[in-house]
Design a protein around this ligand. Structure first.
Ligand code: SF4
Ligand code: SF4
Length: 445
């Protein structure tokens, strides 16, 4: 009975293209000669540098400090010398202040990293402090500080935790490989999260196109006798979006403008769960992550374990370089990712994939007038009117766009994907969200 509703209304079925890299076991990328660690790798206030040019640092040393509660520190991802603190290309922000470290080739580790005895017995506040100090921010792409998500207000108790193993973006297979190769660490992360939240219901949600990962977790959960349920989700984009996942599994609807905590739920991605385990059980800061490098423009697609701050160029070179017909490089997946103008940009905590796409995989075309076919409305998982919203923003009618729910758009790109007129809804809507937010702040001031 429950299986029938393990999906949501709307959504699309883009070509999955996961076969390019899903069989590729995670490989460690050789250490880069330098890394570029942006101060802004998370939602919230950028961190502040606590090192100076010329300082020597070890892998895992804190190099910038959180500024306020909704912020996290960052750490050196290689050992060596701080060469510069300056503006550098950034995969999301265009350009941002960053700490540049030149490798000494030793990869000398911070002595603070090491196993923590009996970590499951730690006090909840101590666990959260370790997670904050390790610089954790959501690794599924949104990069929201993890300790903030784990600190809901007292009037919003969480009774349901969902581990997000959907990985619904085409091409990306980093989470799939993590689930196959590190399931025990991920499960320990889930146990820690559930202890912090004090919640009883836990779900491990995986799309049905990853039957091997579903089998691995089902076996481990059965053996451990945990109070966890493994659920197989229908394959549909954006099944991994928080609100869609919650609806599919619990049938609870996050209200417009609300958060998962409003319906007693919390969702974390599998990479974040593993990082939670490493922060609490090993005192290991978030200085590396797994990145899928794929697309037909990549000669040998791979899943790579990479130090944060490594330039995209290093990953692409390690994968055999770009084919001549590459027309677009993307940070993230093809639906929600951001096109890049230089390969100097570094891997950040939120970089789940780097895609090199050829002309056969992209739709570069000039937008045409809307033919009112209604397809964008049919597929919108948030029940919005993408065509109307895009037009209102274009004509700067931000008040009306707000009334029609522009802020509820999850920027999934489903509308643009189906649009026969190639209208760039998300481009307009993102701009509309920025303007409406500014307008609301100005009114509140
Ligand atoms: S309007 Fe927003 S939420 Fe709806 S389909 Fe388009 S991008 Fe997705
Ligand atoms: S899908 Fe494109 S053409 Fe069709 S109604 Fe939406 S905006 Fe117009």
């Amino acid at each position: 009975m429950r299986l029938k509703r393990l999906t949501f209304k709307g959504g699309v079925h883009p070509p999955e293209r996961k076969e390019l890299s899903e069989e590729q076991a995670i490989e460690a990328l050789p250490l880069p000669s330098y890394v570029v660690i942006p101060l802004q790798q998370h939602l919230g206030a950028p961190a502040e540098p606590i090192v100076a040019v010329g300082d020597m640092v070890r892998t895992g040393d804190k190099i910038c400090e959180a500024k306020g509660f909704v912020s996290v520190p960052s750490h050196a991802s290689i050992s060596g010398k701080v060469k510069a603190i300056e503006k550098r290309p950034h995969p999301v922000a265009g350009e941002a202040l960053a700490i540049v470290i030149e490798s000494d080739g030793k990869d000398e580790m911070s002595p603070n990293i090491g196993p923590v005895a009996n970590y499951l017995a730690l006090d909840v506040e101590e666990m959260k402090k370790k997670i904050q100090q390790a610089g954790l921010a959501g690794m599924g792409g949104a990069a929201f500080p993890t300790h903030v998500k784990l600190s809901p207000p007292a009037n919003k108790p969480i009774d349901t935790f969902i581990l997000n193993g959907a990985e619904c973006e085409p091409y990306l297979t980093a989470d799939h490989r993590l689930m196959l190769e590190h399931p025990n660490e991920i499960l320990e992360g889930v146990r820690i999260i559930m202890k912090i939240l004090g919640c009883k219901n836990g779900y491990i949600a995986i799309e049905k196109n990853k039957p091997d990962a579903i089998a691995v977790f089902q076996k481990l959960v059965n053996e451990a006798g945990d109070n966890l349920r493994v659920v197989a989700l229908n394959v549909k984009y954006p099944q991994g979006a928080e609100k869609q996942l919650i609806k599919a599994i619990t049938n609870r609807k996050v209200p417009a403008g609300g958060l998962p905590m409003d319906v007693g739920c919390l969702v974390h991605n599998v990479g974040t769960a593993k990082a939670v385990y490493e922060a609490v059980a090993l005192n290991k800061p978030l200085y590396e992550r797994v990145v899928t490098v794929s697309g037909r423009g990549i000669r040998q697609p791979k899943n790579l374990r990479v130090r944060i701050g490594t330039p995209f160029q290093n990953l692409i070179d390690f994968c055999g370089g770009l084919s001549d017909d590459t027309v677009k490089i993307i940070n993230g997946g093809p639906m929600m990712g951001i096109a890049q103008y230089t390969l100097e940009v570094p891997v950040t905590k939120g970089t789940s994939g780097i895609l090199a796409l050829t002309s056969s995989e992209t739709r570069i075309a000039e937008p045409q007038p809307c033919i009112r076919c209604g397809r964008c409305v049919e597929v919108c998982p948030m029940n919005l009117l993408p065509n109307t919203l895009a037009r209102l923003v274009e004509y700067k009618r931000f008040d009306e766009a707000r009334e029609l729910g522009v802020l509820d758009c999850i920027e999934c790109g489903s509308c643009a994907f189906v649009c026969p007129s190639k209208i760039r809804h998300v481009h307009h809507i993102k701009f509309g969200k920025l303007e409406v937010t500014k307008m609301m702040k100005a009114k509140a001031a």
